[in-house]
Design a protein around this ligand. Structure first.
Ligand SMILES: C[S@@+](CC[C@H](N)C(=O)[O-])C[C@H]1O[C@@H](n2cnc3c(N)ncnc32)[C@H](O)[C@@H]1O
Length: 223
């Protein structure tokens, strides 16, 4: 069975775009988005001036995505998201900030990883506040499961990292357990990771903090 059939981790809602997001979405897609294709991408062609490539899955409105890219102009970043208002928002930020090191793919990350990302090519993967799918019957829709984690690990270089953050305690526990069970990975910390100070606050993190949720960070390295 393909990964796609195993996990459908999102529901596409007809989210309303602000006029700014719509304009950015319509005018900047060709410049800053990569089209989804069943074909491996060549990072050297997309980012000829960079040697380190990082991926973010489910960037939401992309506030952390452009902040990290702006703070690290020596690295290249690829953000994946299925929610078009977020894509529009991030495109407008890429343009207004003149970011040359950040591109976007609007598509299911499971397909993108399976079909577009070469093995052993990424320096790090970020997954910040993945959808928690709280109800028991929905938990199978959570993105971070063993098979998907094996896929993530296959895509990163030796010594590169997988970094996930969640404010849902039982999902955070699941992430820690699943990453720990992937033989190609080792926890950089003995348990929960120390907060990575270079990561700025995300929209969903703010929501979680308002509900007094604990923010759990998980940071593993490929052996
Ligand atoms: C809870 S939100 C978190 C957004 C952002 N990272 C934040 O912290 O504010 C999860 C995001 O992941 C996206 N998402 C879920 N599954 C995805 C998939 N398979 N491929 C791409 N994006 C996905 C959703 O559309 C949603 O925007």
């Amino acid at each position: 069975m393909s990964q796609k059939k195993l996990i459908k981790s999102y529901v596409l809602r007809a989210g309303r775009m602000s006029p700014l997001q719509r304009k950015a979405y319509e005018t900047l897609k060709d410049t800053h988005c990569l089209k989804y294709e069943d074909k491996l991408i060549d990072f050297k062609k997309i980012f000829p001036d960079f040697t380190s490539n990082y991926l973010e899955i489910g960037f939401g409105m992309g506030d952390v995505t452009h902040a990290i890219a702006a703070q690290n102009p020596q690295n290249a970043y690829l953000g994946i998201e299925v929610h078009s208002p977020g894509v529009g928002k991030l495109l407008s930020e890429i343009e207004s900030r003149g970011l040359k090191n950040l591109k976007v793919i609007e598509h299911d990350a499971v397909d993108v990883l399976t079909n577009m990302i070469p093995d052993n090519c990424l320096d790090g993967i970020h997954i910040f506040f993945p959808d928690p799918w709280q109800k028991k019957k929905h938990k199978k829709r959570r993105l971070i499961q063993p098979e998907f984690t094996a896929l993530l690990s296959k895509k990163i270089k030796r010594g590169a990292y997988l970094y996930a953050v969640s404010d849902w305690e039982d999902y955070a526990q699941q992430i820690l357990q699943v990453f720990s069970g992937e033989k190609s990975l080792v926890n950089k910390y003995s348990d929960w990771a120390e907060p990575q100070l270079w990561r700025t606050e995300t929209k969903f993190e703010r929501k979680g903090l308002k509900k007094n949720h604990l923010i759990r960070e998980v940071f593993f390295i490929k052996k």
